[in-house]
Ligand binder design. Structure first.
Ligand code: PFF
Length: 457
């Protein structure tokens, strides 16, 4: 790796950064994943634990990641190396950066397939394909889509193509221009859906389910899920926050922007629950339906509700917009890496990254469509390549990346560097430092011990 640095573009304002970073954070995790893991883990009690994870681990780790980018001003690997060397540390700490970028890249390979489902469902919704359908018919719609490798390839291919073209146009002309209208559109769509749910759904039942803390339903496994989701939903340990931090305009507060992003992300997740659960309860559907909640359960409700054709379509359109602004962020650090290390032009780098992502996405596509070559037996369990990719990235690589970041910024980077970059009151700085040095590493290690069965709570 050469030591010279490349001059990258910067966000034109603090607002653009916040829109882009909020767009990166708000995604399938908020609208597809959060409601169903909340449903599976006891509603309100889970939400409280999740809040604690966001505050004590998520926000401090986010600040650490943005800090690496803000000080290094390069793609994650090079930024981490520069920041380490500046503090007299080893260049090997570049692992904090490249491991994150690699995780983000692998996540993107299946993220685009789920986003492809959302795109297909937007089309189905607006075309009245949910109207008056029974649960069995909705189920066969989902099965039909998944049985066809060609259809899945086409829908996810459209997501990859859009992402590639936007990122190829650059930070200002591509990323910034698209998030400037996509984020407001996302909020409007979300508010429209909340309004629709309050008109036609069972809001009291939904609110009771979401905010009544029933601790008897919360297991230790639920606590682990909450921690893992805090990383997933805030886009931590995936190269994103360091990369977007590298484009920060001078003088932007790390503390304020990170809190803002985490709060907005949480608000969207809660609003998504408030848009979905009233409809689920009003139609007598199962709130803990798992990953299929949105694609298998919700369309049954839309199919029988007034205006369901329009609102069903709008709901999935909202999911597409949320997924796209995250996909842009997930690919960005690979594109910047190619520009830095291979001397590529941006569009070239985007096309190469997009092509590799699309090829990699085929393992997920064919796992879902049931191709034999994707089936794997691991420790006696039958799974697929997609199952392994999802489990390894979400449950192992994200927490390990978070742990590495916390240890690096908490112990290797000099206090003078972090103090200057965080630039806040002594109390806030101390809170942050205690979280990254002690709270986050201990919590993550406990999660691993619990998962490995070495310790059980
Ligand atoms: N935070 C986004 C979401 O919740 O969907 C996207 C995302 C980014 C997911 C990075 C996971 C990740 F590691």
């Amino acid at each position: 790796m050469s030591t010279d640095t490349v001059k990258h573009e910067q966000w034109s304002s603090r607002m653009s950064y916040m829109l882009a970073a909020t767009g990166a954070a708000v995604g399938l995790g908020n609208i597809w994943k959060f409601p169903y893991i909340m449903g599976e883990n006891g509603g309100g009690a889970f939400v409280l634990v999740y809040f604690a994870c966001i505050l004590l681990i998520g926000i401090p780790v986010m600040m650490s990641e943005v800090l690496i980018g803000k000080v290094g001003r390069q793609a994650p690997a090079r930024s981490a190396r520069l920041v380490s060397q500046q503090s007299g540390g080893s260049g090997k700490w570049s692992i904090v950066g490249w491991f994150g970028s690699l995780t983000g890249f692998l996540i993107l390979s299946f993220y685009v397939v789920i986003a492809g489902w959302a795109l297909a469902y937007t089309y189905y919704g607006f075309n009245g394909m949910f109207t008056d359908q029974t649960a069995v018919q909705i189920d066969s719609l989902f099965r039909g889509l998944n049985a066809s490798g060609a259809e899945l390839m086409a829908w996810s291919g459209a997501v990859v193509l859009t992402t590639t073209l936007v990122v190829g146009l650059g930070v200002k002309d591509g990323l910034e221009r698209s998030v400037n209208w996509m984020m407001p559109a996302l909020f409007v769509l979300l508010l429209v859906m909340v309004g629709y749910a309050s008109q036609h759904g069972d809001m009291p039942a939904a609110l009771k389910f979401m905010f009544n803390a029933d601790f008897s339903k919360l297991s230790w496994n639920g606590v682990l899920v909450a921690l893992g989701h805090a990383f997933f939903t805030l886009s931590l340990a995936s190269g994103i926050m360091t990369m977007y931090g590298a484009y920060l305009p001078a003088g932007t507060s790390l503390v304020k922007t990170s809190i803002y992003i985490a709060v907005m992300d949480t608000v969207v997740a809660i609003l998504a629950g408030i848009a979905i659960y009233p409809i689920v309860f009003a139609n007598g559907l199962e709130p803990g339906a798992g990953p299929g909640l949105i694609f298998q359960t919700l369309p049954i409700a839309f199919g029988s509700m007034p205006g369901g054709q329009i609102f069903g379509g709008l709901f999935f359109l909202m999911l597409v917009v949320a997924a796209l602004t995250s996909a842009l962020a997930l690919i960005e650090s690979s594109v910047a890496w190619l520009v830095e290390n291979r001397g590529f032009k941006r569009m070239q780098a985007a096309v190469v990254s997009g092509a590799v992502i699309w090829l990699l996405s085929l393992t997920t596509v064919f796992s879902i469509s049931g191709a034999e070559w994707t089936k794997i037996t691991l420790f006696g369990n039958e799974t697929t390549m997609f199952g392994i990719l999802d489990f390894t990235t979400s449950n192992i690589m994200l927490p390990v990346g978070g742990l590495l970041t916390a240890l690096f910024v908490g112990y290797v980077v000099k206090r003078s560097v972090t103090e200057q970059a965080i630039d806040s009151s002594a109390a806030i700085y101390t809170f942050w430092r205690v979280c990254v040095r002690y709270v986050a590493p201990i919590a993550i290690v406990l999660v691993f011990l619990q998962l490995s069965g070495l310790v059980s709570f």
